[in-house]
Write a protein that binds this ligand. Structure first.
Ligand SMILES: [Ca+2]
Ligand SMILES: [Ca+2]
Ligand SMILES: [Ca+2]
Ligand SMILES: [Ca+2]
Length: 519
């Protein structure tokens, strides 16, 4: 029996199919649109992430440049303290949407508080808290007797509480107790763990750590931080203290020095005054030990000659020979000396805290060093040559002093224009090893931009595009290596690098190789 659908029914069914197809098309379109949105969002997120990473890579290029300049610095030179052509608005690459730059900067000199320096800061220009001889904070008026006692107790190896000091008992009684260090500090910020040391003592009025006087840092108590509203930015203890400085026991050519106290150590293969050769031989035969190479200055020695008669011999080291003697000789087998203060870079405050140096002498050192050439400043001999001190005082203060820099601190901002993305890093490098290392790295991006981003047009455009094959992929490569790298996380944003090993910067060479070295 044949059944026939009524015409009405057939139309109904066709209508139904049409609606179903329309709904399907609509659903498919919605899926497609949502996918598109999602892709777009992912793209935006990726672009933002890539921007932050690019900024990081640009900043690391600045670190690399600081290492190059620091490692190339000659003893006695101080050009690196302010070198805008190497450190200001240096172009790194152009990725098609942004041009990337870095700027390396340091706090201004105390007599020029308005502006930043585009250069490095010598860690040997500060007092090293970890150096055994750093016990004298006479120049640091903001430190009380209690501060100094607590500081020494925190660092010394014993648990004996000195008068006005604080050992474990004090730190155990805190709401959040922690262990007293009883050994050297790894980073300067650890000073904040010591009783009485507050952020305002360490950072002064510079609450956002940009080394510039912001409105809220010069309005008294109106807005935090508290400040004295005197139109000058107090930077606290930070510019005066370090835990990083050391001087390798090498001469200015990088050759290990001859140890006068070690008979097995041969005299250097250079022409020495005959008197010095005799003097050294006499020292060694008679087993005389010197405390420092400076003890050779105008030195005399009474010995018995072959006939048993007492004779006086002279070292032959006077004013003119002193620089060579200081450069070539040592009295210690140690590979490095911690915390020597650089007389070519240290401030009056720091110099006046070196044992044997008072404020008037520190002022004389500063005024004299301005008038002599970098060639004259390659060793500390100029203090005696320029009659800043006499021979006796020179010998007394020489063991605490040096005339060169190996560890540098600075901040670097990596940034892209026109997007304005940026990263700010706080860095300490050590250029004493054959391959310079980063010994401290901290991301300060969250504290904001240190200054307006407006590179001068001329240097940026000339070199930004030259010599870069594929900037984007190079930056990515740097980033990937960074995550494999050895920056150890500590306290959230706090990136501290093991100062004993440091981080080899080879991972950043790729990006850096794109820089032009016309500077
Ligand atoms: Ca202790
Ligand atoms: Ca500030
Ligand atoms: Ca204020
Ligand atoms: Ca002030």
């Amino acid at each position: 029996m044949k059944s026939r659908l009524p015409a009405n029914d057939s139309r109904h069914r066709r209508g139904f199919i049409l609606v179903a197809v329309l709904i399907l098309i609509m659903l498919a379109s919605m899926v497609a649109i949502s996918l598109l949105f999602r892709l777009k969002a992912e793209d935006t997120a990726a672009a933002a992430g890539a921007g932050a990473e690019q900024a990081w890579a640009a900043a690391m290029s600045g670190v690399q440049e600081a290492m190059r300049v620091g490692a190339a610095a000659k003893p006695g030179s101080t050009d690196w303290r302010n070198l805008p052509r190497a450190f200001r608005d240096r172009p790194v690459c152009d990725d098609g949407s942004d041009r990337w730059f870095f700027t390396v900067y340091s706090p201004p000199d105390s007599d020029a508080l308005a502006e930043l320096r585009f250069g490095l800061t010598d860690e040997a220009a500060k007092l090293n808290l970890n150096a055994a001889h750093t016990t004298n904070f006479t120049g640091y008026q903001r430190l009380t007797v209690q501060h100094i006692a607590a500081l020494r107790d925190f660092l010394d190896f014993d648990d004996f509480v000195r008068p006005e000091g604080a050992e474990q008992e004090y730190y155990s009684a805190l709401p959040q107790p922690y262990a007293v260090r009883n050994r050297p500090l790894d980073t300067l910020e650890e000073i904040l763990l010591i009783r009485g040391f507050t952020p305002s003592l360490l950072y002064g009025e510079d609450a956002n750590m940009n080394w510039r006087l912001d409105p809220n840092e010069n309005d008294g108590d109106e807005r935090p931080p508290a400040d004295n509203n005197d139109g000058r930015l107090d930077l606290g203890l930070q510019p005066l203290l370090t835990v990083s400085s050391y001087d390798p026991n090498l001469d200015n050519d990088g050759v290990p020095r001859t140890d006068l106290n070690n008979s097995a150590d041969r005299l250097p293969h250079v022409e020495l005054p005959p008197a010095l050769t005799n003097f050294t031989a006499a020292l060694r035969t008679n087993k005389f030990q010197l405390g420092h190479a400076a003890d050779l200055l105008e030195a005399k020695l009474k010995i018995k000659d072959a006939a048993g008669k007492e004779v006086e011999i002279s070292s032959g080291i006077g004013k003119e020979e002193l620089p060579v003697a200081l450069d070539l000789f040592t009295t210690s087998a140690r590979e490095r000396t911690e915390g020597l203060v650089n007389i070519n870079t240290a401030s009056v405050e720091v110099l006046a805290s070196v044992p044997g140096i008072d404020e008037p002498l520190a002022e004389r050192i500063l005024s004299t060093r301005r008038s002599i050439s970098p060639e004259r400043r390659t060793t500390i001999a100029w203090l005696y040559q320029e009659a800043v001190v006499d021979a006796a005082l020179f010998k007394r203060i020489a063991p605490f002093l040096c005339a060169r820099s190996y560890q540098y601190s600075f901040r670097v901002v990596g940034f892209g224009l026109p997007s304005g993305r940026f990263r700010v890093l706080d860095v300490v490098i050590d250029v004493a090893p054959d391959e310079p290392v980063i010994t401290y790295l901290r991301d300060l991006t969250r504290l904001g931009l240190p200054f307006k981003l407006e590179p001068e047009a001329s240097p940026a455009q000339g070199t930004a595009k030259s010599g870069i094959r594929n900037p984007k992929s190079e930056v990515r490569q740097v980033q990937m290596k960074r995550f494999r790298g050895a920056c150890l996380g500590r306290n959230g944003n706090f990136r501290c690098v093991d100062s004993a090993r440091g981080v080899r910067p080879s991972s950043f060479f790729l990006l850096h190789s794109a820089l032009s070295h016309d500077a």
